[in-house]
Design a protein around this ligand. Structure first.
Ligand SMILES: Nc1nc2c(ncn2[C@@H]2O[C@H](COP(=O)(O)OP(=O)(O)O)[C@@H](O)[C@H]2O)c(=O)[nH]1
Ligand SMILES: [Mg+2]
Length: 307
């Protein structure tokens, strides 16, 4: 197991302790009472799954038992896995069909946008055969541009930036032109997570999005909302605001290595109807994976049965 996978698994292990451990124990102990169901629902809610999905999982499992009379821990384990899996959409494909394909990374400060831009560049290059270029559209903070440039140097990738305070739309326009000229088929645009006001931020992002469309037909092909798993249910409020402003196509959940609450993956899908496309599980370049719902649920439950 790679180090990043180990970190991811240990993040899930923490999730497991709160999310699944006591549930399975209660089910396995054979004494299913209404208190078991209440406990299970509370555990799922505590894991940031959200009230409605938690009720749905519990309700479905409960009616399954009523219907079938099955109470074996192994069968309930399988059924719980199926219930959890049914709440997760498959990630959308990451097609490189633009001229170039443009990805906007949006989200609040500290969510992990800049780091994800670098990790995604690496992932896209190694797995999808992309030739990425980074666009430093967070022009609000000088440090943000430098941070992206540092990644660009490490990755040996071109970074297009403007002067401090430059118009981020103009930076993206230049980045698209530069990508065409250099033969880069993927532009990963880092954006600001904070401006003078939330209104300004959303208006700026809308403008960046419009400029992308002018620079390249059909762009941005992907608007990825980067959410920090640690922010839990707060992430949902952020997500709703970004979704309303810029039509997010999918979500990247970061910091799954440090989160005790992997349930946010379910909450995002249920409350916002947004698929999770990538998950981040560490600070290193290789710590980003395409979200795999089957693996996610399997890892959540498999390690459990080893205890
Ligand atoms: N543990 C962990 N830290 C992360 C992950 N992704 C980003 N970070 C860290 O979170 C902090 C903020 O990330 P940054 O990319 O600057 O966020 P931005 O403000 O949205 O651009 C940095 O210290 C990153 O190293 C992750 O998946 N796991
Ligand atoms: Mg940043």
């Amino acid at each position: 197991m790679s180090e990043s996978l180990r970190a991811f698994a240990s993040g899930l292990a923490r999730t497991r302790q709160t999310l699944v451990g006591r549930i399975i124990n209660a089910l396995g102990a054979g004494g299913i009472t209404s208190a078991t169901w209440e406990e299970m629902e509370a555990q799922l809610i505590e894991a940031d799954m959200g009230v409605a999905p938690a009720r749905q999982v519990v309700g479905n499992l409960r009616s399954y038992i009523t219907r079938t009379g099955v109470t074996s821990a192994a069968t309930l384990h399988t059924q719980l896995a199926a219930e959890l899996r049914s709440l997760l959409a498959d990630p959308p494909p990451f097609a490189l069909d633009g001229d170039p394909t443009v990805v906007l990374l949006v989200g609040v400060n500290g969510a992990g946008k800049t780091t994800t831009a670098a990790k995604l560049a690496q992932l896209a290059r190694t797995r999808f055969g992309a030739r990425p270029l980074l666009a430093a559209c967070d022009t609000f903070r000088a440090a943000a541009v430098e941070q992206l440039q540092t990644w660009g140097t490490r990755l040996d990738l071109p970074v297009v930036s403007g002067a401090a305070g430059a118009d981020p739309g103009a930076v993206l326009f230049d980045a698209v032109a530069s990508a065409r000229a250099r033969g880069n088929n993927l532009v990963l645009a880092d954006t600001a997570g904070r401006l003078h006001s939330k209104f300004n931020l959303m208006e700026e992002l809308k403008k960046v999005q419009r400029v992308a469309g002018k620079a390249s037909a059909g762009a941005p092909q992907h608007v990825l909302l980067v959410l920090d798993a640690v922010s839990g249910q707060n992430a949902l409020a952020q997500a709703a605001a970004f979704k309303a402003a810029v039509g997010v196509t999918a979500v990247v959940i970061t910091k799954l290595d440090s989160s005790a609450r992997g349930g946010i993956v379910f909450a995002v899908q249920q409350a916002l109807n947004l698929p999770v496309q990538f998950v981040g599980s560490g600070e290193r370049l290789e710590d980003l994976e395409t979200f795999n719902p089957d693996d996610y649920v399997a890892r959540l439950l498999a390690a459990e049965s080893q205890r």
